[in-house]
Write a protein that binds this ligand. Structure first.
Ligand SMILES: Nc1ncnc2c1ncn2[C@@H]1O[C@H](COP(=O)(O)OP(=O)(O)OP(=O)(O)O)[C@@H](O)[C@H]1O
Ligand code: SF4
Ligand SMILES: [Mg+2]
Length: 333
C-alpha cells in the first residue's frame, strides 16, 4: 500500500477578490521509502499542496478531494490525532525555514521541543537524541548550545532538517529546502537529505522550481502548472525526455544541478504563469506553448498515458498514444 495517496485534491483560497483556485484536481501517490519531486514555477501551487497534506493551510483555504496517509484520511482527522501525525508521522521543512528559528532560544532546545511536546523522550534522553541528530546532519554536538545567529545559512538549514528528523517521521516534506543557500552549500544540503532519507527509509516529497535538483534527489517527478499536475513519471525520464512542452521548458531552464549560470538566467521559458483568478480556457499553458494547436484554447486536457509509469496532459501525447507511438517529442513542431 502507498504511504501517501492524493485523490483529486483541490485547494481554493477565499480572498477579497473572490475564489482563487491554487491547486486543481491533483492525484498522486508515494510508496514507503520513495522520493517524489514536485516542480513548477512560482505560484504553481507547490507550497499550497504541501501544506494541504498536513492541514497547515489558513482557515480561508477550502480543501477538496482525499488525502490518505498510511490509509488514514487526513482531512477527516480529529485535532488531537492530527497533532500527533504532524512531526511524529510526517514533518515539513518549510521554504526559507531557517529564518523561522527562534532567535533567542538555543538550537538544542528547539530541536528537543517536538520530542518533549509529543512525550517521546524525557529531558535527559532528549538531550542525547539532540546530540545524535546534530551528528546526523553533520554538526558537532556542542552546537546544541548555539543560538541561530551564530550559525551560517547552511548550518541553520541543517538544524531545520534535524528538527524534521527528531521524531523519526515516515515522511518528510521539504519545500525549497536549499533555494536560499549558495550553490556549494546547496549541493551539500541536498546530498545530506538524499543520504538521510535513504539511510532511514524515510519517504520524501521535495519541492523546487529547479527540475535538475529534483531529478538528482527523487525517483519520481510531478510537474505542476497553474495548480495542476501536467506531467508525472520517473524523474530521469521526465527530466531528460519530457513529454509536456512545459516540463521541457523547465528542464531547459535548469539544465545542470546547482549551476549558478542557469540559475541566474533560466532560458527557454517565455512569458509569465497565468493569474489563477483569470485562468485561460482549455489547456492553461496554451498562451505560452510553442507547439499549441488551435484546439488547445478550448480542449479539455487530462493526464494521458505517455509511456510506462508516465502521464502528461498534452494533446500531442494523447494523439501519439492513440496511434501507438511512445514518444511525442516531434509532434506539432
Ligand atoms: N494564504 C494565501 N491566501 C491567498 N492566496 C494564496 C495564499 N497562499 C498562496 N496563495 C496563492 O495561491 C497560489 C499558489 O501559491 P503557492 O504558494 O502554493 O505557490 P508555489 O508554487 O509554492 O510558489 P513559489 O515557488 O513562489 O513558492 C498563488 O497564486 C498564491 O498567490
Ligand atoms: S495541450 Fe496544447 S497548449 Fe497544452 S501543452 Fe499541449 S500543445 Fe501546448
Ligand atoms: Mg512555495
Amino acid at each position: 500500500m502507498s504511504l501517501l495517496e492524493l485523490d483529486d485534491v483541490s485547494v481554493t483560497y477565499r480572498i477579497a477578490a473572490g475564489e482563487l483556485p491554487a491547486v486543481r484536481g491533483v492525484s498522486l501517490s508515494l510508496d514507503a521509502g520513495a522520493a517524489l519531486g514536485v516542480a513548477g514555477e512560482s505560484g504553481s501551487g507547490k507550497s499550497t499542496l504541501a501544506m494541504a497534506l498536513l492541514r497547515l493551510l489558513p482557515k480561508d483555504a477550502r480543501v477538496g478531494g482525499r488525502i490518505l496517509l498510511d490509509g488514514e484520511d487526513v482531512l477527516a482527522m480529529k485535532w488531537g490525532r492530527l497533532r500527533a501525525v504532524r512531526w511524529a508521522a510526517a514533518s515539513i521543512v518549510f521554504q526559507g525555514a531557517q529564518h523561522g528559528l527562534n532567535p533567542v532560544r538555543r538550537i538544542g532546545d528547539q530541536i528537543a521541543e517536538p520530542l518533549l511536546v509529543h512525550g517521546l523522550a524525557k529531558p535527559d534522553a532528549a538531550r542525547a537524541r539532540v546530540a545524535e541528530l546534530l551528528e546526523q546532519v553533520g554538526l558537532p554536538a556542542w552546537r546544541a548550545r548555539s543560538y541561530p545567529h551564530e550559525l551560517s545559512g547552511g548550518q541553520r538549514q541543517r538544524v531545520m532538517i534535524a528538527m524534521a528528523l527528531a521524531c523519526s517521521p515516515r515522511l518528510i516534506i521539504a519545500d525549497e529546502p536549499t533555494t536560499a543557500l549558495d550553490v556549494m552549500v546547496q549541493a551539500q544540503v541536498l546530498t545530506l537529505i538524499k543520504e538521510l532519507v535513504a539511510e532511514h527509509g524515510i519517504s520524501l516529497i521535495m519541492i523546487s522550481h529547479d527540475l535538475s535538483v529534483l531529478a538528482d534527489v527523487c525517483d519520481q517527478l510531478a510537474v505542476m502548472y497553474a495548480g495542476r499536475v501536467v506531467e508525472h513519471g520517473p524523474s530521469g525520464e521526465v527530466f531528460h525526455e519530457a513529454r509536456h512542452p512545459y516540463s521541457r521548458a523547465l528542464a531547459a531552464a535548469f539544465p545542470t544541478v546547482g549551476d549558478p549560470v542557469s540559475r541566474m538566467a533560466p532560458k527557454g521559458l517565455g512569458g509569465d504563469p497565468p493569474d489563477p483568478m483569470q485562468l485561460p480556457g482549455g489547456c492553461a499553458f496554451h498562451p505560452r506553448c510553442p507547439v499549441a494547436l488551435d484546439e488547445c484554447a478550448s480542449l479539455d486536457v487530462a493526464l494521458w498515458p505517455s509511456g510506462p509509469g508516465r502521464t502528461a496532459a498534452c494533446v500531442h501525447v494523447k494523439a501519439a498514444e492513440s496511434v501507438g507511438v511512445a514518444g511525442a517529442e516531434e509532434e506539432g513542431s
